[in-house]
Design a protein around this ligand. Structure first.
Ligand code: PMP
Length: 455
C-alpha cells in the first residue's frame, strides 16, 4: 500500500504521522491529526510523502513568490554558509550591505534598513523606533498607535495589540498598550453605510477625528497594510491611503506601512504603497523578501528620521538587538531571490497574472454563495455569503477548502474576528504559476461552489 512506500528519511507514513501527533504542535489549527507531510516542491507545486502533488495556490502563507525548488537560491545559501554563516548585526557583512542598498532601490526612497527575523519582529521594531523618534524629537508624550479592525500585524504582544481581530487576541490580553483601531475601508459592507457610488471616504477621514480624540500630542504613528490581506482582502478606495497620509502629516503622526504580504511584487508593484502614490515614513517587510527560503525581515526607516538616532555625545542609539536578524545566509538568499524577481520580470508578471486570475474567477459571481471578489495584484479574496447576505457559515467554507484539496489545490480562508466568520477564500499563488494552473484553481473552486449552491 501507499503507507508502505519508503520515505526520504525511512519509515512508513503511519509512523511519521504517529510521531507528528506525539511531538509536533501545529500552528493555528486546533488539532491536525492528518497534516500534509510535505517533502518537496517545484514551481507552484508541493509533493507530500505519498507522492501526491498539490498546487500551492496560497504560496504557503502568501510568501513563496518565486516558487519552490529554486536551485540558485539553494546554491547562494550554500556558498554563504561556507564563507561566513554568522556575524551579529552589531557589526556588518557584505550581503546585508548589498541587500540594504537593493531595498532602497526597490523602495524608491532613502531609507535605513534594520534587519530582523519575522514580520512580527519588523513591526515591533517599527513601534519602538516610532516612539523613540518622538522622544528624541522633543515630543516624548507621543506613544499611541492607530490601526484598523480586521488588520493582522503579527503574533507578539505589540503586533497583536495592533491587530484588529478579536478572536486572535482573546485569552492573550492584556497586550501591548496604546493601540486603538478604526473601521476598515470595507466597501462591500461599508462600516459607514455608504455604497460605492456615494463614497464619503469616512474610513479615511475618521483618522483625523480619532487623532483629535486621543490628543495629537499622544499619537506616535498609524500602521496599515496597503490592502488588508489576512483580514479578508479588503481593498480600499483609490484615494484612501493618500488621504490618511495627509492627515498623519498634518498632525505630526508617522505612517508605518506593513508590506509583509503586499511587498516584493504581490501587489503588482514592487511595494503595495506604490499603487497609491504615498511615501511611507517606515516600511516593514518579510515573507516575499526571501520567498520564505530563509527567515528574514526588515524595517526601513526614512533616512532623515534615522538622523535623530545618531546625535553625537547622547544616548540616542536604538537599543535593540536580535541574534538572528540580518543573518548573512538569509541576506544572501534574499539577494538571490530579488535577482530572480528582477531577471524574470516577475513583478510585472504578477500584475498580469492578477488580471488573468480575476477574469477566470469572474463566473463565480453568478453563484448565489459568492458575494464579492476582490483582487490586489496577484492576491484574491472571494467572499462567501448566506442567502440573506450574511457571512457564509464555517462548515460551508471548510467544505470548499476540502473539496479543492481533494482536487489537489491548496487555497486559504480568512476574514472576520468572530469564529465561524472566516468567510473569505484567499488565493495568492507563486508568480511562476501558468495560465493552465490558474484554470485548475478556478475550475476546482467553481465545481466546489456549484455543488454547494445546488445543495
Ligand atoms: N504583518 C502582516 C500583514 C502579516 O500578514 C503577517 C503574517 N501573516 C505579519 C505581519 C507577521 O509576520 P510573521 O508571521 O512573519 O511574524
Amino acid at each position: 500500500s501507499v503507507d508502505q512506500q519508503p520515505q526520504p528519511f525511512g519509515g512508513t507514513k503511519e509512523e511519521w504521522l504517529e510521531k507528528d501527533r506525539k511531538y509536533v504542535w501545529h500552528h493555528i489549527s486546533p488539532h491536525n491529526d492528518h497534516p500534509m507531510i510535505a517533502v518537496s516542491g517545484e514551481g507552484s507545486w508541493i509533493t507530500d510523502q505519498d507522492g501526491t502533488r498539490y498546487l500551492d495556490a496560497m504560496s504557503g502563507l502568501w510568501c513563496v513568490n518565486v516558487g519552490h525548488g529554486r536551485e540558485e537560491i539553494a546554491q547562494s545559501a550554500y556558498e554563504q554558509m561556507k564563507a561566513l554563516a554568522y556575524v551579529p548585526m552589531t557589526q556588518s557583512h557584505e550581503p546585508a550591505i548589498l541587500l540594504a542598498e537593493k531595498l532602497n532601490d526597490w523602495l524608491e526612497g532613502e531609507y535605513r534598513i534594520f534587519f530582523s527575523n519575522s514580520g512580527s519582529d519588523a513591526n515591533e521594531v517599527a513601534f519602538k523606533i516610532a516612539r523613540q523618534f518622538h522622544h528624541q524629537n522633543g515630543e516624548p508624550t507621543r506613544h499611541k498607535f492607530i490601526s484598523r479592525h480586521r488588520a493582522y500585524h503579527g503574533n507578539s504582544m505589540g503586533a497583536l495589540g495592533a491587530t484588529g481581530q478579536a478572536a486572535r487576541k482573546i485569552k492573550y490580553e492584556p497586550l501591548g498598550v496604546g493601540f486603538s483601531h478604526v473601521p476598515p475601508p470595507y466597501c462591500y459592507r461599508c462600516p459607514f453605510g455608504r455604497n460605492k457610488d456615494a463614497c464619503g471616504l469616512e474610513c479615511a477621514t475618521i483618522y483625523e477625528e480619532v487623532i483629535r480624540w486621543e490628543g495629537p500630542e499622544t499619537v506616535a504613528a498609524v500602521i496599515m497594510e496597503p490592502v488588508i490581506t489576512g483580514g479578508g482582502m479588503i481593498v480600499p478606495p483609490p484615494d484612501y491611503m493618500r488621504t490618511v497620509q495627509e492627515i498623519c502629516q498634518r498632525y505630526g503622526v508617522l505612517l508605518i506601512v506593513d508590506e509583509v504580504i503586499c511587498g516584493f511584487g504581490r501587489s503588482g508593484q514592487k511595494f503595495g504603497h506604490q499603487n497609491y502614490g504615498v511615501q511611507p515614513d517606515i516600511v516593514t517587510m518579510a515573507k516575499g523578501m526571501t520567498s520564505a527560503y530563509a527567515p528574514l525581515s526588515a524595517t526601513a526607516v526614512r533616512a532623515d528620521l534615522y538622523e535623530t538616532f545618531r546625535e553625537p555625545g547622547t544616548d540616542s542609539h536604538f537599543r535593540h538587538v536580535n541574534t538572528f536578524g540580518g543573518n548573512p545566509v538569509s541576506c544572501r538568499v534574499a539577494l538571490a531571490n530579488l535577482e530572480i524577481l528582477e531577471r524574470e520580470n516577475l513583478v510585472s508578471r504578477a500584475d498580469e497574472l492578477g488580471y488573468l486570475l480575476r477574469d477566470k474567477l469572474e463566473p463565480l459571481l453568478e453563484l448565489s454563495m459568492v458575494g464579492d471578489i476582490r483582487t490586489f495584484g496577484f492576491a484574491c479574496g472571494v467572499e462567501l455569503i448566506e442567502a440573506d447576505g450574511s457571512p457564509a457559515h464555517a462548515d460551508k467554507v471548510m467544505n470548499v477548502l476540502a473539496s479543492c484539496k481533494k482536487d489537489g489545490i491548496l487555497i486559504g480562508k480568512n476574514g472576520d474576528t468572530v469564529p465561524g466568520f472566516a468567510n473569505i477564500l484567499t488565493i495568492s499563488p507563486p508568480f511562476v504559476t501558468t495560465e493552465k494552473e490558474l484554470d485548475l484553481i478556478a475550475g476546482s473552486l467553481l465545481a466546489a461552489l456549484r455543488s454547494l449552491d445546488a445543495g
